[in-house]
Design a protein. Structure first.
Length: 161
């Protein structure tokens, strides 16, 4: 998450090219110098998403405008359910958002996600934040799958390494 103002960006639809080029410059700058690892597996993971955020005025709680840029340089149409969940959880964990207060994250197209969070504990006793995000969705397509009864892999398969 990058504060848009600290990156010198005003979040708006007109600034899409600037937002994307800033993300691309950041990817080029960090290159291989930023080593991130999955805490569960220890495997290296790439930085393939930057979310630029800009706080908006709100009567209560937190209200943000967000622009997600996915590698190699594509913007998403929504504020991202996963991204909004992560942003909310991060702010609650840092103690800069009260979980009892509303959280709203907007995209540059005007779509938005609203969320709440609760503090909890993992089975190992570590503190965690459990976000809950909602929005209005629109159907984008329908699929129909047909399974041939003679297909030996009709219900999937596992290749063990």
């Amino acid at each position: 998450f990058i504060d848009a103002a600290s990156a010198g960006i005003e979040l708006s639809q007109k600034a899409e090219r600037e937002i994307v080029s800033t993300a691309q410059a950041l990817w080029e700058a960090i290159g291989e110098t930023t080593a991130l690892a999955d805490p569960a597996t220890g495997k290296s993971v790439p930085v393939d998403l930057f979310t630029f955020v800009q706080r908006q005025e709100a009567d209560r709680g937190s209200n943000y405008l967000a622009a997600n840029v996915y590698r190699p340089g594509r913007m998403g149409r929504t504020p991202s359910g996963t991204g909004s969940s992560a942003h909310l959880a991060l702010r609650v964990a840092k103690g800069i958002h009260d979980p009892d207060e509303p959280f709203v994250q907007h995209s540059l197209l005007g779509t938005h996600f609203t969320g709440t969070a609760t503090r909890s504990k993992l089975p190992n006793g570590h503190a965690c934040v459990v976000p809950s995000i909602g929005t209005k969705s629109f159907m984008m397509g329908m699929n129909q799958f047909v399974i041939d009864p003679a297909d030996p892999f009709a219900h999937g398969f596992i290749v063990e390494s």
